[in-house]
Structures are given as structure tokens and as C-alpha cells.
Design a protein around this ligand. Structure first.
Ligand code: KIV
Ligand code: ZN
Length: 532
């Protein structure tokens, strides 16, 4: 069936998750290795087909995280991104080779704008680079994906020539990216249709779509791509990614599942894990989910108007097209209290998918007891929040020791904060401020002896109720680097202090890595040319 999209009975769509690569390129996200591995384990539980674990050439930290994921995470294909340079491909291969199912993903732009202004090269050179890169990748790894970057703004005939080269060199997946979120569903359908005509070999490989959300069309365009023949969708949890982000994983998965009557497609994802995955990614990245976000937003299944409430009470399907339990919402059934022991905690954590043992279990138990002393019931949502909070604690970086603050409406606030330094010593800072939080932040800066600019400060409650745990996200810029940090505690001042120390740590760690490598801010992500 040369020159055609796949037969309609091949209705399984592969989910290629790029949360840890394209998603991690969002400004201010600074996941450490342990956090990336934890997200990758959750993605495996969710049942994605491919995890794009990172872009190994960009930094030693990224390399190590991809390597750890390849070693530890079983099930999905583990993919590493590489430009067409030999060094990138070698680095990607070295990072993923321990995986049972490794894939190298290499890319080069085919649009005139990128070739002229960014690559500053010729069409012939682009073809040569694509050929050499896929051939090299194929000599190392059986599974090779190729992407003509900015394809949707490129001449379709030229993109077709480059894709044909990639297929001839053995690419197993050809991905057609809408890199700047410019295309429309109709245009993308035509573009893919034309590629199928021009490149007969596309019928024998998996065609993939990778759509950005600059015009809010990432999910619609990805869906159009599937209808046009693509059988892999590249997406990210909560839709995070460069600029406006990527196609949202939970939205495309539930679109395919909910309307399978209409199109016949489905994925292998266990949708009951969607809500938890979304919470984990939001918590660890500091990127909050908007309340009205489809599928995983706080209000996605909330009914406010009387008529709707009345309808849902009589029959859920009157105003709900999906069952919230099918996406893992309202699954807050685990309840522990202050008399629950270590064993009950371990069991509950296992049910939630966390394997916590030894010292980590002792620490989690200590935190659990502190929370249980102040909060009547500790639920699954609380446990998730506590464990994620513990996961962020690093002994090799700055940490919160203790704090005290005096404040009131009739006196100037004063805070004293002890910060644990990477050397293990404690440093105490003191400061006034516009309020208790501002004073605490000032005292932390004094203790660390650094300056920074606060960009974002948000407080939310983990669950409902007056005794809910508070969760704080801080985003700040220090030493030229934007970084975020989160903190969870029953007291929002403590959560704020934890979040601020972690954000500063992330910024200072990143700055230190850049300095050691002699890299600038942009170059820290991608040494030779700007990223995708
Ligand atoms: O948006 C893009 O083009 C990319 C490629 C690397 C696939 O992220
Ligand atoms: Zn992208």
C-alpha cells in the first residue's frame, strides 16, 4: 500500500510522552535526577508507549537522568534526543543504551526560515546531515526516530525529500513537527496527505505528530494528524513544553478514548492514572494546572449551576461525558490517622505507587507523624504531597533548618531563618519585610548571602477543609537563572520557607553547573544552536 496512510484497522495510537524533554524546556522548570526518575516511573504506570527522557548532550545532569531512566524504568521505549551532530547521537546512545527498548530521536530543520537564519546552510547540507545522522543512529540502535523540524512551515516537497532519505537510512518513526504551533487541522491534514503521496516508504514506518499550542490547536492538530494516518502522538502531561506548550497528554488520550465511537482509535494508557500523573508533574515542575483545564483541572467535573447539579444528581451522564473516576479523580480513599503505624504508611504508599524503604521510609514516617498530629485525617492526596516534598529534599544542597517570625497588624515583622548550607554547616539570617513571608524570604537571602528576584508566589491547599496542607510554589531569578521550588506543610509560612530555599538552591546549583562548564544561559541547554 505504498503512498497511503495506514489501513483503518490499525487503530492503536502510540503515546510518546515528552514531559521530561520538551516539557522540561519550559522556563523555570528544574527537575533533579530523582524527580525525573520518579516521573518516568509514573509514566510507565500510566502506560505510555515511549518516554522521551531528555536531551543528553545538553548537560551532564540531563545525561545522568536519561541514563538512570533507561536503567531503571521498564515497559516503555526510552528515547534520547539528538541533533544531527555525531557528538549528540553518541551522547544520546550512551545515555539510553541500558534500556531494554532504546530509541534515538534525531532532528534537523527543513523550513527555509530555519535553514537560512538558524542553521545558515544549504538544502543539500540538510539532506546530507539527515542522511548521516540517521545512518549513524541506526548503526547504534535499531529504533530510530527522525524529525524534520518546523516541517509545517517548510516546503512539503523538500520535507518529503528529507523524510525519504531518513526512511531509506532505516528510520522506524518519522515525526512531522508543528514546531511553532502554526498549522491548522485542515492544513496539517493536507500536508500529511501530500507527504504520504510523495514518500511511499512512510507507509512502512510509524508516522508521528508533534504539535505545539501557540494558537491553542495542539490537541486538534494532533487529532487531525491521527485521522490523516499518524499512529504516534507526541504530547506532555498538563500540556507543558516550549512557549505555550505541547499537545496535552490527558486531553488527546481522553479524546481518543471518549470518542472511539466516532473514529475507532484508542491508546494503551491506563486513564485512571491520569489525575495522579498530572498532580505529580504539576507539583514537581511548579507549573500549576489551571482550574478549568480539561480532564485534570480542579473544575473539570464541577457543576455549579443549579440546573446542571440537578441533572447530575438525577443521572450523571446528563452533564458529564466522562466519569471522573475513569481519569483517577475522586480516588481519595486512603485515610490514615495519627495512630497509623509505619506498616500502614508503607502499604498506603505502595498503593499509591511509591516504593519507599529504609531511611526514606523513616523520614516519610516522621513527616507523616508531624502532619497527622496537626491534621485529623491524612488522605492519599496528603501522602502524595508529603512524599513529593521529601523527594525534593537534597542533602547536597541548601535546606531549611528552622525559622521564627514575629508579625502582627501593629508591629513590623521580623524573621530569623537557619539555612543548612551544602557544606553541612548552618547559617542564620535575619530580616524585616512587608509581611511575615517577605521577612522570611529576606532572612533566607541574608543566610545564603545572595540576591534574587521573586517572579511568582502561589499558595494552594492540597485538599479541602480548614486543616488542609498548604502547598507553596515559588519561582525566582538568581544569578541569571530562573528556577522554581515547592514546599508542603500544615503551616503556610513553613511551606513558603521550604519553597523559597529550594527555588534558590535550584537556581544556584544550575548557575554553578553553567559556570563550571563555561556555558551561557542559552548554551547551558544546547551548546551550539538554539533548541527546538
Ligand atoms: O518542536 C519540535 O520541533 C521539537 C522537535 C525536536 C521534535 O521538539
Ligand atoms: Zn517541540
Amino acid at each position: 500500500m505504498a503512498g497511503q496512510a495506514p489501513a483503518p484497522d490499525s487503530n492503536r495510537v502510540q503515546i510518546f510522552d515528552t514531559t521530561l524533554r520538551d516539557g522540561e524546556q519550559s522556563p523555570g522548570i528544574s527537575l533533579n535526577k530523582q524527580e525525573k526518575v520518579e516521573i518516568a516511573h509514573q509514566l510507565a504506570r500510566l502506560g505510555v508507549d515511549v518516554i522521551e527522557a531528555g536531551f543528553p548532550i545538553t548537560s551532564p545532569g540531563d545525561f545522568e537522568a536519561v541514563e538512570a531512566i533507561a536503567r531503571e524504568v521498564e515497559g516503555p521505549v526510552v528515547c534520547g534526543l539528538a541533533r544531527t551532530h555525531k557528538a549528540d547521537i553518541d551522547s544520546a546512545w550512551n545515555a539510553i543504551r541500558a534500556s531494554q527498548r532504546p530509541r534515538i530521536h534525531t532532528f534537523i530543520s527543513t523550513s527555509e526560515i530555519h535553514i537560512q537564519h538558524q542553521l545558515q546552510t544549504t538544502h543539500e547540507d540538510v539532506k546530507g546531515q539527515a542522511r548521516a545522522a540517521v545512518a549513524l543512529a541506526k548503526s547504534l540502535c535499531e529504533d530510530v526516530e527522525f524529525s524534520p523540524m518546523d516541517a509545517t512551515r517548510a516546503d512539503v516537497d523538500f520535507t518529503a525529500e528529507v523524510c525519504a532519505i531518513a526512511v531509506a537510512e532505516g528510520a522506524t518513526v518519522v515525526n512531522i513537527p508543528d514546531t511553532v504551533g502554526y498549522t491548522t487541522p485542515e492544513e496539517y491534514t493536507r500536508y500529511l496527505g501530500r507527504l504520504y503521496e510523495l514518500v511511499p516508504g512512510l507507509a512502512d514506518v510509524v508516522v508521528s505528530v508533534h504539535c505545539h499550542d501557540d494558537l491553542g490547536l495542539a490537541v486538534a492538530n494532533s487529532y487531525a494528524g491521527v485521522l490523516a494516518g499518524a499512529r504516534q502522538v507526541e504530547c506532555a502531561v498538563n500540556g507543558i513544553g516550549e512557549r505555550a506548550g505541547n499537545c496535552s497528554l490527558e486531553e488527546i488520550v481522553m479524546l481518543l478514548r471518549t470518542r472511539t465511537d466516532e473514529h475507532g482509535f484508542d491508546t494503551g494508557v491506563d486513564a485512571r492514572e491520569l489525575a495522579r500523573t498530572s498532580r505529580m508533574v504539576s507539583r514537581l515542575t511548579g507549573y500549576q494546572v489551571q482550574p478549568n483545564k480539561a480532564i485534570v483541572g480542579r473544575n473539570a467535573f464541577a457543576h455549579e449551576s443549579g440546573i446542571h447539579q440537578d441533572g447530575v444528581l438525577k443521572e450523571r451522564t446528563t452533564y458529564e461525558i466522562m466519569d471522573p473516576t475513569a481519569v483517577g479523580l475522586e480516588s481519595n480513599s486512603i485515610v490514615l490517622g495519627k495512630h497509623s503505624g509505619r506498616h500502614a504508611l508503607k502499604d498506603a504508599l505502595e498503593q499509591l505507587g511509591f516504593k519507599v524503604e529504609g531511611g526514606a521510609l523513616n523520614q516519610a514516617f516522621k513527616r507523616f507523624k508531624e502532619v497527622a498530629d496537626r491534621k485529623k485525617q491524612v488522605t492519599a492526596l496528603d501522602l502524595e504531597a508529603i512524599v513529593s516534598d521529601e523527594m525534593r529534599e537534597r542533602t547536597d544542597s541548601y535546606g531549611l533548618g528552622w525559622f521564627e517570625v514575629e508579625a502582627g497588624s501593629r508591629k513590623e515583622p521580623v524573621a530569623r531563618v537557619a539555612v543548612r548550607l551544602p557544606s553541612g554547616e548552618e547559617s542564620v539570617g535575619e530580616s524585616g519585610g512587608d509581611g511575615p513571608v517577605d521577612a522570611i524570604f529576606g532572612a533566607i537571602r541574608a543566610a545564603i548571602e545572595t540576591e534574587c528576584e521573586l517572579r511568582q508566589f502561589t499558595v494552594s491547599a492540597v485538599t479541602e477543609g480548614e486543616d488542609a496542607l498548604g502547598e507553596v510554589t515559588v519561582m525566582l531569578r538568581a544569578h541569571g537563572r530562573l528556577a522554581s521550588g515547592q514546599g508542603v506543610a500544615t503551616d503556610i509560612l513553613e511551606a513558603s520557607a521550604r519553597a523559597y530555599v529550594r527555588a534558590l538552591s535550584n537556581a544556584l546549583d544550575g548557575a554553578a553547573v553553567r559556570e563550571a562548564e563555561g556555558l551561557t544561559e542559552d548554551a547551558a541547554r544546547l551548546p551550539a544552536t538554539p533548541g527546538p
